[in-house]
Write a protein that binds this ligand. Structure first.
Ligand code: DSN
Length: 441
C-alpha cells in the first residue's frame, strides 16, 4: 500500500511541504533540492539492511550488494576530490566531525576552530557542544572586517599547541585561507582538518580553492552544495597519510565502531548517485553559477542600501548586517520574508551586539535557487523583494526587556499577518517561483 492510502495524515503534510517548496524562494545557504535519481535511491530497500563494518569486512551476512554500493560511493568520492581514502558512512556532518576528534585527539587535548558567533560551527569547539567540553577549545575569530584573523590563529596555536585545527564554517562568506592555516598546523604539529560542508560543490566545480593539497582530513556533508542526501563523508588526503600512515584506519575505526552502528545504506546509495551527478560537466556549470548568482544577489542588496559582512561574497552565501537599524533585528526580517515565501535564517554577525536567540544578521545564499535554474535577473528580482519587505518592517526594533520584547514580537507578528503589501508580494513570489520547477515535486 502506498503512502497516500496508508497514512493520509503524513501524506497531507507532505503535500503541504511540496507546495511550500514549489511556491517559495529557498535562500538558506545550507539547503538544496536533490534530483529525482537521488530521491529514488533514498527510498529504496537498502533501508532494510544492517551492514556494520566496511565492504568485505561486515559483521552480518547478505551484504554483497551493499558492499558494491559502498565501494562505488567511496571510489567516486576519491576520484572527485583526488584523495586516497573516503569514508562515506557518517550519518551527518556533526558525527563526521566528532569522528575526526576521536581519530586525532585525546579528551582534554587543545583544539582550535572558528568561534561560533564569528561564523564557525558548533562542532569546531563551541562551548555547548561535546567538542567544547571534552576537548580544550581555543577558538579563533574574524577581524573587524569579517575576514579570518590569521595572525590570531598563529598566536593562539604557538601558545596552546593544539592537536587539531579546523578550518570551515557555517557563516563565512570569503574564500577560506586553507594554505595559511595549514602553515600554522604544520609548524605547530597539529592535524589540519577542513570542514567543507558548505562549499564542497563549489570545490568540485572549481569555484572555490580545494583544501586537499593543504589538509590532512577533509569532512563534508553531502546535502548542501553537493546536492545529495543528508549524510557526510570524511576524506583522508595524501598529506594526511604522510603525517600518519594509519590515519585512514583511525578515521574508519572512529566512525565504526567508535561512534556509529550500522550505516544507512539507502543514504550511501543516494550519496553514490549524487557523486555520480557531480562528475558531470553540468555540475561544474551549476557550482560556478551558484557563485555568480551569489555575487549578483549581494550586488542587488548593496544597491538597496543593505550592509553586508565583509561588503560582499566570494562563495554561495552572504550575511546581512542589520545593525544600522538596531541590534537583534534578524528575527523581524526572517519572519517577514517567510510571510512572502522567501526563506532565510537569522544569524549572528561578527561581534554580535545582541544574542544568538535574537541575532542581528540574516544569512542567505543561492545553491537552491540556482538548482531551480534561476540566474542573475532573478537575483535582482529577489533583492528587490527583500528590500521591499525590509521597508515594510523598518519601524520595528527589538526592546531590551523581556516582557516588552514579547509584546513587540506579538504586535509584529499580527502586523505582518495583516499587511496588504506583504500579501501582494506573496502573490508575486508564488507566481515567479512556479516558473522554476523543483525536482521531485
Ligand atoms: N545547519 C548547518 C547550516 O545551516 O550551516 C550547519 O550544521
Amino acid at each position: 500500500m502506498r503512502l497516500q492510502e496508508r497514512d493520509p495524515e503524513i501524506y497531507r503534510i507532505l503535500a503541504a511541504e511540496r507546495r511550500r517548496q514549489r511556491e517559495g524562494v529557498e535562500l538558506i545557504p545550507s539547503e538544496n533540492y536533490v534530483s529525482e535519481a537521488v530521491l529514488d535511491a533514498m527510498g529504496t530497500i537498502f533501508t532494510n539492511k544492517y551492514s556494520e563494518g566496511y565492504p568485505g569486512r561486515r559483521y552480518y551476512g547478505g551484504n554483497e550488494n551493499v558492499d558494491d554500493v559502498e565501494r562505488l560511493a567511496q571510489e567516486r568520492a576519491r576520484r572527485l576530490f583526488g584523495v586516497p581514502h573516503a569514508n562515506v558512512q557518517p550519518y551527518s556532518g556533526s558525527p563526521a566531525n566528532l569522528a575526526v576528534y576521536l581519530a586525532t585527539c585525546q579528551p582534554g587535548d587543545p583544539i582550535m576552530g572558528q568561534n561560533l558567533p564569528d561564523g564557525g560551527h558548533l562542532t569546531h569547539g563551541w562551548k555547548v557542544s561535546v567538542t567544547g567540553t571534552y576537548y580544550r577549545s581555543v577558538p579563533y575569530h574574524v577581524r573587524t572586517d569579517g575576514y579570518i584573523d590569521v595572525d590570531e590563529v598563529w598566536r593562539l596555536a604557538r601558545e596552546h599547541r593544539p592537536k587539531l585545527i579546523w578550518c570551515g564554517a557555517t557563516a563565512y562568506v570569503r574564500e577560506f585561507p586553507f594554505e595559511q592555516l595549514a602553515a600554522v598546523a604544520d609548524e605547530t604539529g597539529a592535524f589540519f582538518a577542513t570542514d567543507i560542508a558548505h562549499i564542497a560543490g563549489l570545490v568540485i566545480a572549481g569555484a572555490h580553492k580545494s583544501p586537499v593539497p593543504y589538509a590532512h582530513i577533509v569532512t563534508t556533508t553531502t546535502h548542501k552544495t553537493l546536492r545529495g542526501p543528508r549524510g557526510a563523508m570524511i576524506l583522508v588526503t595524501d598529506k594526511g597519510l604522510a603525517k600518519d600512515p594509519e590515519l585512514a584506519e583511525r578515521v574508519d575505526r572512529a566512525v565504526f565502531p567508535g561512534l556509529q552502528g550500522g550505516p544507512h545504506d539507502q543514504t550511501t546509495a543516494a550519496i553514490a548517485v549524487a557523486l555520480g551527478e557531480a562528475m558531470q560537466p553540468s555540475f561544474g556549470e551549476y557550482g560556478r553559477q551558484v557563485v555568480v548568482n551569489a555575487k549578483a544577489l549581494a550586488h542587488g542588496l548593496l544597491r538597496y542600501g543593505f550592509k553586508l559582512v565583509t561588503g560582499g561574497t566570494d562563495n554561495h552565501m552572504m550575511l546581512l548586517d542589520l545593525t544600522p537599524g538596531g541590534a537583534g533585528r534578524g528575527v523581524f526580517l526572517q519572519e517577514a520574508l517567510d510571510r512572502v515565501g522567501i526563506t532565510v535564517n537569522k544569524n549572528t554577525i561578527p561581534k554580535e551586539p545582541s544574542s544568538a536567540f535574537y541575532p542581528s544578521g540574516i544569512r542567505l545564499g543561492t545553491p537552491a535557487a540556482t538548482t531551480r535554474g534561476m540566474r542573475e535577473p532573478e537575483m535582482s528580482r529577489i533583492a528587490e523583494w527583500i528590500a521591499a519587505v525590509g521597508e515594510v518592517i523598518e519601524e520595528f526594533r527589538l526592546p531590551e526587556g523581556r516582557e516588552e520584547r514579547t509584546a513587540t514580537l506579538r504586535a509584529f507578528r499580527r502586523s505582518i499577518e495583516e499587511n496588504r503589501r506583504l500579501e501582494a508580494l506573496r502573490g508575486d513570489v508564488r507566481e515567479f517561483c512556479l516558473k522554476f520547477p523543483v525536482p521531485g515535486t
